[in-house]
Design a protein around this ligand. Structure first.
Ligand code: GDP
Length: 159
């Protein structure tokens, strides 16, 4: 049983609105039902330093202070999901940034209305790798076989 081709990692963070609105189960369920493998999961409060690093592309923007205050307003649930082209797959089921404009059927489209958009997810495989290191110690990320994958990917997709 070889699963060499399906180990791309993406970080999903259920934001404070997702935790406060009791959407942890719903988001996790959607990731699991899609066929992704959860290889890490923990609750944490994001520090200012971590947020400035994570949102470096937004730090100078006028909305950044509000974004930072929102993101540290309560604990978040951080996860690593793994699968074939996992970053793109999760971006698709997450929906676009402005949840009010996100397609029905997506997490943001179904569960939110604006920039309180329930989840963060990595936007490239490189950022996925960097974010795993940013939010998790090596010992918190698990390697295990998911037998279900035999029924998620055909053999040629797994190589
Ligand atoms: P994402 O990858 O889809 O989350 O989008 P970005 O990396 O561009 O933005 C990160 C997060 O910052 C978004 O998910 C929003 O929560 C927030 N954000 C982005 N643009 C805006 C904005 O114009 N106004 C506000 N208030 N928040 C924003």
């Amino acid at each position: 049983m070889r699963f060499d081709g399906v180990h791309e990692k993406t970080v999903v963070i259920i934001k404070p609105d997702g935790v406060q609105r009791s959407l942890v189960g719903e988001v996790t369920k959607r990731l699991e039902m899609k066929g992704l493998k959860i290889v890490a999961m923990k609750m944490m409060i994001l520090s200012e330093d971590k947020l400035r690093e994570h949102y470096a592309h937004h730090v100078e923007k006028p909305f950044y202070p509000g974004l930072e205050a929102f993101m540290k307003s309560s604990p978040v649930v951080a996860m690593v999901a793994e699968g074939k082209d996992a970053v793109a797959a999760v971006r698709l089921i997450a929906g676009v940034t402005n949840a009010g404009k996100a397609d029905g059927g997506t997490i943001r489209g179904d569960l939110a209305m604006g920039m309180c958009n329930v989840i963060h997810c990595s936007d490239s495989p490189e950022n996925g790798e960097a974010e795993v290191k940013r939010f998790f110690d090596e010992s918190e990320v698990f390697e295990y076989n998911k037998t279900e994958w035999l029924h998620v990917y055909m053999e040629d997709e797994r190589a």
